[in-house]
Design a protein around this ligand. Sequence first.
Ligand code: HEM
Length: 176
Amino acid sequence: MSSVLIGGVDTNQAQLAYALRLFAEHPEQWDRLTRDPSLVPAAVDEVLRFEPIAPFMARLVAEELTVHDVVFPAGTVLFACALTANHDLEVLEEPNRFDISADRGDAKLLTFGAGLHFCPGAALARAELEEALGFLAERVTTFELAGPPRYDTPSGVYGLLELPLRFETATVGARP
Ligand code: HEM
């Protein structure tokens, strides 16, 4: 139970903070989202792809394994990096461009892990992020960084301690 609570709270709040930071750094992407709310699910996917807040997955090698001619003896602790995999130049076009309307094809997102330990909260995380970004996109017309973000020390989840933002709001439904 505690792993569900810990895994479900810090992760989502950190991923939402990263989303806001990314949109503050890419105002043209925020503008696109505010004008077309149908892009909310794609925006969530792009945020999750671009900067996963839990980029490393640990695995213990059970039997000797060879990957690209590198031998990993049984007992090796491996860290697979979702951030790097999500930016694989061999799989995606322009992976280092943050673009909520890019066609990413059927490239697999590794942000929630893979296999037996795939994050059981993935659907809930997506739903919460969609709810939050959809809510804000209807009300916040522009926002920008009002100072440098302060990052927490990495502890599995890469959170933010401070995210100063300056923003302007509009009445819901008032935008052309
Ligand atoms: C943006 C939000 C989230 C991200 C990026 C995230 C990411 C991850 C990752 C990378 C793993 C390890 C997967 C692996 O080793 O293959 C994981 C596991 C886990 N996550 Fe999430 N997670 C998120 C939200 C949530 C939520 C909302 C919950 C619960 C309500 C949750 C509960 C868990 C639990 C219990 C595990 C351990 C699963 C296992 O070891 O079998 N996570 N998550």
